[in-house]
Design a protein around this ligand. Structure first.
Ligand code: IVH
Length: 702
C-alpha cells in the first residue's frame, strides 16, 4: 500500500504536523495532508498491526482534524477519518439486494474429501493439475461492500444470500474498512467485495469481562459477538466493540473508461491477485495468510499445518477455503444454486459435541446470585473434558427450552468457556423432565427474590454461608489480595471446620489446629502464613476489588483507590461525588454508596485495619507518572525478585500498558527464568527490546 519512500515521507509529515499541533498552528491548507497522515496511521495500526505513533500522538492529530472541521464544516469530506463516527441512532436497516448473490461454500472434512473434489475439478477443466489459492476461513459474520468511484457506498449483511440488511453506518465504524480506496487506479469503477467481520479473541474476552462486571450473561462466542454487533442501532457502541474485517473476495466489478487506470495496473485476473490488489488498496485481505499452490497434495499439507496453529491466531477461524486461482477457470466451472464449484471449505475438527444433560445444580455466588449449572456426561471438546456448563440465569434456560435428559449440543471455541448451543429436541423420548427453579436458597434456605429489573434470582441473606465462602475466595484470589497458597479448596475446608467465618478471619487463622490437619506440613503452613502476612501490604486498589462490591471491577477499584487517602473516607462521599469520578455511572455509584453506608462493612474494614491491613492509598496509586506513556510490556518466564503482578503494576503506575501476547505492537519483553515460546517469537521481531529482570528493574527505577 505505501512504498518505503511514501512511508518515510508520511512519517516525516506526521512529525511536523504533531509539532504544529502542539502549537495549535495546523491550518485548513494542511487538511489534506493531515487526513492522509491519519489514514496512514490507521493503516499501520489496523491493517499491519504495527503502529508508528503512540495512541496519544494519534489522538493529538485527530483532535486537530476535528478542530479544523468544526471551524470550517464546508471542508468535511465523506471519507475524512472523522466521518466514521455517526451521530444519533440508526432507525432501521433497510433490505437491499446484493449485486451478485452471496453463495455459500461446499464443505469438506478430511483429505479424502479434498482428493475427490480435486478429481472432479480436473475432470471439468481437463487439466492435469490445478493451481489453487488457499486461505483461512474466518469465523465471523459475512458482509458485502460496494465501492463506487473509489468511495464506500454501501455495506450489507449476507441475509438470505440474495438480499441483506443495509448496515453502512455500522460498517463505517470498523477501522480496518477504508472509507475510500483507489480502485480507479486498477481501472475499476464499481466493485462489490465480500468479507467477514470479526471480534478478535482479546477484545471478545475483554467485552465478556465487562458484561460479567455488570452481572450480564456473556456472549457465547466471537462469531455471535460479531454478528450481534452489526445489528446494533447505536453506531458509537459498534465503534466501542473494536470489530475488524477481512475482505477475501471480489464478487463483481465494472471497468472505468480507462483514463484513470495507472500504467502497469490492471483488474486482477486471478484470485490471488485480487487479494493482492485489496491489500495494496489498504484493505485487510488474507494476503499474508494465503498461499498459491499447485496440486491438491500441497493444499492438504498447508491446511493441516494451519490447523495446528489455529489456537495461536488472534481471531477464530473454523477451517480453510480452497479456491481455483484462475478467474477463467472459475467461470468454466460455474456454480450450483448453493455454492461455487471452484471453491470448497476444509472444516477443522469440530469444537462441538453432543452429550446428555443429567441435572442442573444451583450455585450461590458472592453477591447472592443463583446460577444454574448444567451437569452433563463428560465429553471431550477441543482437548478438554467438559462436565459442567454455566447456564447463567433463568431466562437463558427458558430461551433454550432445556429439559433434564435432553441430548444437548455443546460448543467450546478456543479459550472461550463452553456453552450449550441447543437441545436436540427431535431426540426427545418424552421422559425428559422440566428444570425446576428453586424458590429458596439451596444453601441457607432463605426465600429467593428476583429484582424486577434483573434476570437473576438472589439470596439476600448476606450471612448465607455460600456467599461468605465465595466472598472469601474472591478476597484471596490472584487479582485481588493474591494470597497464593490459600485457594478455594482451603477456604471451603477452613470454613467447614469453623476455622474461618469471615474475611478478617483470614488474618487470625488458628495455625495450631491447621497443623493437625492431613496434608498440612510445616512448609505449607509457613508458605500460607507468609502469603497472608505479605498481603497486608497490598496496594489499596486490590483491597477494594477484593471486597467484592457489586459492579466494582479492577478498573473501577483503581479509580476509587486514586480518589482517597484512606478507604474509610468513602463514608463521607455523596452519591453525586461518586458519580463525578472517572467512568462511574449511577448504578455503580449507588452500589459503592450502599457498601460504605452499611455498618457491618465499616466494622469489617476497621477490624482489618487493626490487624495491620493497608487501607491507605500509596503515592503511586495517587499519581500515575507518565514515564512509560503508552509503552507496551509483556512478561514471560518466572521472575525471581518480584511477583509478576507487582512488576505489571509498576509498569501501569508509570503509564505503560501490559499486552497479552507477542506482536509487533510490543515494545519490551521482560524475560524471567525458563522463558519459552514467547521469547523465541519475540526474537524474530526486531523492534521488540528484550530485557532481563535486572535490566527491567534498572529501567523502571529510573
Ligand atoms: S469465499 C463465492 N472465503 O464462509 C465465494 N468465504 O461457510 C464464497 N467465509 O458464506 C465465499 N472465510 O461467509 C470465502 N476466506 C473465505 C472465507 C469465507 C469465511 C465464510 C463466508 C461463506 C461461509 C461459508
Amino acid at each position: 500500500m505505501y512504498s518505503a519512500d511514501q512511508t518515510r515521507e508520511l512519517q516525516q509529515s506526521s512529525i511536523s504536523l504533531l509539532d504544529k499541533a502542539q502549537k495549535k498552528s495546523v491550518q485548513p491548507k494542511d487538511l489534506d495532508l493531515l487526513k492522509n497522515v491519519l489514514r496512514f496511521h490507521e493503516y499501520r495500526y489496523y491493517i499491519l498491526d504495527d503502529p508508528l505513533v503512540s495512541d496519544f500522538e494519534y489522538d493529538i492529530l485527530y483532535k486537530e482534524l476535528e478542530r479544523i472541521e468544526t471551524e470550517k464544516p464546508e471542508l468535511i469530506s465523506g471519507d475524512s477519518p472523522s466521518q466514521r463516527v455517526a451521530k444519533g441512532l440508526t432507525k432501521d436497516f433497510p433490505t437491499v439486494q446484493h449485486l451478485v448473490p452471496m453463495l455459500s461454500l461446499e464443505n469438506s472434512y478430511n483429505a479424502e474429501d479434498l482428493l475427490d473434489w480435486d478429481r472432479k475439478a480436473r475432470e471439468i477443466t481437463g487439466l492435469k493439475e490445478i493451481e489453487y489459492c488457499v486461505e483461512p476461513k474466518f469465523d465471523g459474520a459475512s458482509i458485502s461492500l460496494i465501492y463506487d468511484h473509489d468511495l464506500l457506498l454501501r455495506g450489507a449483511t449476507r441475509g438470505d444470500g440474495v438480499e441483506g440488511d443495509e448496515i453502512t453506518t455500522n460498517i463505517r465504524q470498523i477501522r480496518s474498512v477504508p472509507l475510500s480506496a483507489k480502485f480507479s487506479s486498477y481501472g475499476l469503477q464499481q466493485v462489490e467485495l465480500r468479507g467477514e467481520v470479526l471480534m478478535n479473541k482479546t477484545n471478545f474476552k475483554k467485552y465478556n469481562e465487562q458484561l460479567a462486571e455488570q452481572n450480564l450473561p456473556p456472549l457465547a462466542n466471537p462469531r455471535n459477538a460479531a454478528s450481534g454487533s452489526l445489528r446494533i442501532k447505536d453506531p458509537k457502541e459498534v465503534s466501542r466493540r473494536n470489530l475488524e474485517a477481512f475482505l477475501y473476495h471480489v464478487s463483481y466489478f465494472t471497468r472505468s473508461d480507462g483514463k484513470t487506470q495507472q500504467k502497469g495496473k490492471h483488474p486482477p485476473e486471478n484470485h490471488s491477485d485480487s487479494l493482492e490488489m485489496l491489500w495494496q488498496l489498504g484493505f485487510r485481505s488474507p494476503q499474508r495468510e494465503k498461499k498459491v499452490l499447485a496440486g491438491i497434495q500441497a493444499v492438504i499439507t498447508y491446511c493441516e499445518e494451519f490447523e495446528s496453529k489455529r489456537d495461536e491466531l488472534p481471531y477464530e477461524i473454523d477451517g480453510m477455503v480452497i479456491k481455483v486461482n484462475d478467474f477463467e477457470l472459475q467461470d468454466k466451472m460455474g456454480m450450483t444454486t448453493h455454492h461455487p464449484r471452484w471453491a470448497i471449505a476444509f472444516k477443522f475438527k469440530a469444537r462441538q459435541a453432543t452429550s446428555k444433560l443429567q441435572k442442573v445444580d444451583f450455585q450461590v455466588g458472592r453477591t447472592g446470585s443463583i446460577t444454574p449449572v448444567a451437569k452433563i456426561d463428560p465429553v471431550p471438546i477441543g482437548g478438554v473434558t467438559v462436565t459442567s456448563i454455566s447456564l447463567f440465569n433463568e431466562d437463558v434456560v427458558r430461551e433454550k427450552n432445556l429439559k433434564i435428559g435432553d441430548t444437548v449440543l455443546v460448543e467450546r471455541a478456543g479459550d472461550v468457556i463452553p456453552y450449550i448451543v441447543k437441545s436436540l429436541v427431535e431426540l426427545r423420548t418424552g421422559k425428559e423432565k422440566d428444570i425446576v427453579f428453586p424458590t429458596h436458597c439451596p444453601v441457607c434456605g432463605d426465600k429467593l427474590v428476583r429484582p424486577p429489573d434483573e434476570s437473576v434470582w438472589r439470596c439476600i441473606n448476606i450471612s448465607c454461608p455460600a456467599q461468605v465462602i465465595e466472598r472469601i475466595i474472591h478476597f484471596v484470589s490472584k487479582d485481588a489480595m493474591d494470597i497464593r497458597s490459600f485457594g478455594a479448596a482451603n477456604v471451603k475446608k477452613f470454613f467447614d471446620l469453623g476455622f474461618l467465618q469471615d474475611v478478617p478471619g483470614i488474618y487470625a487463622l488458628p495455625f495450631n489446629k491447621i497443623r493437625e490437619l492431613e496434608g498440612f506440613g510445616e512448609k505449607s503452613i509457613e508458605n500460607l502464613r507468609t502469603a497472608i502476612e505479605e498481603s497486608k501490604k497490598q496496594p489499596l486498589h486490590r483491597l477494594i476489588f477484593g471486597l467484592g462490591i457489586r459492579y466494582v471491577g479492577e478498573t473501577t477499584a483503581k479509580t476509587l483507590a486514586k480518589s482517597v487517602d484512606n478507604i474509610l473516607s468513602f463514608q463521607k462521599f455523596s452519591l453525586e461525588e461518586l458519580q463525578n469520578l472517572e467512568d462511574i455511572g449511577p448504578k455503580v455509584a449507588g452500589s459503592i454508596y450502599q457498601f460504605f453506608h452499611n455498618k457491618d462493612n465499616i466494622h469489617m474494614l476497621e477490624k482489618l485495619e487493626k490487624m495491620g491491613i493497608n487501607l491507605k492509598s500509596s503515592k503511586s496509586e495517587l499519581t500515575v507518572s507518565g514515564n512509560l506513556d503508552g509503552q507496551t510490556f509483556l512478561f514471560t518466564g518466572t521472575l525471581t525478585q518480584l511477583k509478576r503482578s507487582e512488576a505489571e503494576e509498576k509498569v501501569e503506575q508509570q503509564g505503560g500498558v501490559i499486552l497479552t501476547g507477542v506482536s509487533s505492537k510490543l515494545n519490551y519483553l521482560v524475560v524471567g527464568e525458563e522463558a519459552g515460546s514467547k521469547l523465541e517469537k519475540a526474537k524474530k521481531i526486531p523492534s521488540i527490546k528484550i530485557l532481563s529482570e535486572n535490566e527491567f528493574l534498572r529501567f523502571i527505577n529510573g
